[in-house]
Design a protein around this ligand. Structure first.
Ligand code: NAI
Length: 328
């Protein structure tokens, strides 16, 4: 029998946590034959609700779930963690400046990064979901100098999935026929969903669409502003789709991309495509045996270049701001 994989989830009592934990426990994160132990990390005010969620997890009698522990101390929460999903974050509230938002999140992600550094397993893989996800991942990574930098990733898979769905609706294609879509840059309104290298049933997606006006004025803003549209419709931010994307991100990282396809992940830049080294930006990546690689050699047209550059400029600004605040 396999040793259970320790999965730490922060913000476990939140709405994404509630949509996420049951799917981890049922085998969707790592595989239908991989036993897991859950470590739920919350703040003291969230402990009671996390205990309630743990009771419900027990009540599912998931065969793969080998244990649940709940913590409000990051050092204990990340002890032995093989996978860490950092979901809990400080949301932007009315009147909050970016600097306030970044320092509030620095207060969460810096100690969590340090705790990962000191207590997680050697093979730790980290996904940051809590916003601003890319920069929170950078803060955690900077606080974990003993962990290889590439183990810190940020989630743009929800944007990736949203873009596939929009493209399928526009063209009448099945979502499963759409491959090689890319989200570049920041998980924010500046992100760039790129269909110039995407394929629809083997044909170039931009050629199939053949409508640059739709691309610029409908597709890109619809994908980039989908989070706000969900809040407007549902009265609460995306939760089940965000949890689903987190499952997809880690599952793909661990189990690999399909031949001929790639995915989008926020990862530390190695300087590819002119993205400054070190910032955590979304790229097209292939994955294999638990490792990812940036897809190289894509031809970036002018339309794409301007949009990638704008999103990357925002990431550089965020990096400079957290540097100034002493968070990295
Ligand atoms: P929520 O407010 O329902 O839950 C957040 C939970 O985190 C709360 O239970 C809170 O007690 C907990 N928490 C706060 N600080 C913590 C800490 N230091 N340690 C452990 N737990 C802590 O929020 P929701 O809807 O679950 O969203 C979580 C985050 O995910 C937000 O930052 C949201 O903006 C982000 N998000 C990111 C997406 C992406 O595509 N990257 C998509 C959707 C949401």
């Amino acid at each position: 029998t396999r040793t259970p994989v320790n999965v730490t989830v922060t913000g476990a009592a939140g709405q994404i946590g509630y949509a996420l934990l049951f799917r981890i426990a049922s085998g969707h994160l790592l595989g239908a034959d991989v036993p897991v132990k859950l470590r739920l990390l919350e703040i003291p005010q969230g402990m009671k609700a996390a205990e309630g969620t743990a009771m419900e997890l027990d009540d599912c009698a998931f065969p793969l779930l080998k244990g649940i522990d709940i913590f409000d101390d990051p050092n204990a929460g990340f002890e032995g963690a093989n996978v860490a999903l950092l979901v809990g974050a400080r949301p932007r509230t009315k009147g909050m400046e970016r600097g306030d938002l970044l320092s509030a999140n620095g207060g969460i992600f810096k100690p969590q990064g340090k705790a990962i550094n000191d207590h997680a397993a050697d093979d730790i893989k980290v996904l940051v979901v809590g916003n601003p996800a890319n920069t929170n991942a950078l803060i955690a990574q900077a606080a974990a100098p003993d962990v290889p930098a590439e183990r810190f990733t940020a989630m743009t898979r929800l944007d990736h999935n949203r873009a596939i769905s929009q493209l399928a609706a526009k063209t009448g294609a099945a979502v499963s026929d759409i491959k090689r879509l890319t989200i570049w840059g920041n998980h924010s309104a500046t992100q760039y969903p790129d269909i110039f290298h995407a394929e629809i049933a083997g044909k170039n997606a931009a050629e199939v669409v053949s409508d640059e006006l739709w691309l610029a004025d409908t597709f890109i803003p619809t994908v980039a502003k989908r989070g706000a549209a969900i809040i407007e419709a549902r009265g609460a931010s995306s939760a089940a789709s965000a949890a689903n994307a987190a499952i997809d991100h880690v599952h793909t990282w661990v189990n690999g991309t399909a031949a001929g396809d790639w995915t989008s992940m926020g990862i530390p830049s190695d300087g590819s495509y002119g993205v400054p080294e070190g910032i955590i930006s979304s790229f097209p990546v292939t994955t294999k045996d638990g490792k990812y690689e940036i897809v190289q050699g894509l031809d970036i047209n002018e339309f794409s270049r301007a949009r990638i550059d704008a999103s990357v400029a925002e990431l550089v600004e965020e990096r400079d701001a957290v540097r100034e605040l002493g968070l990295i």
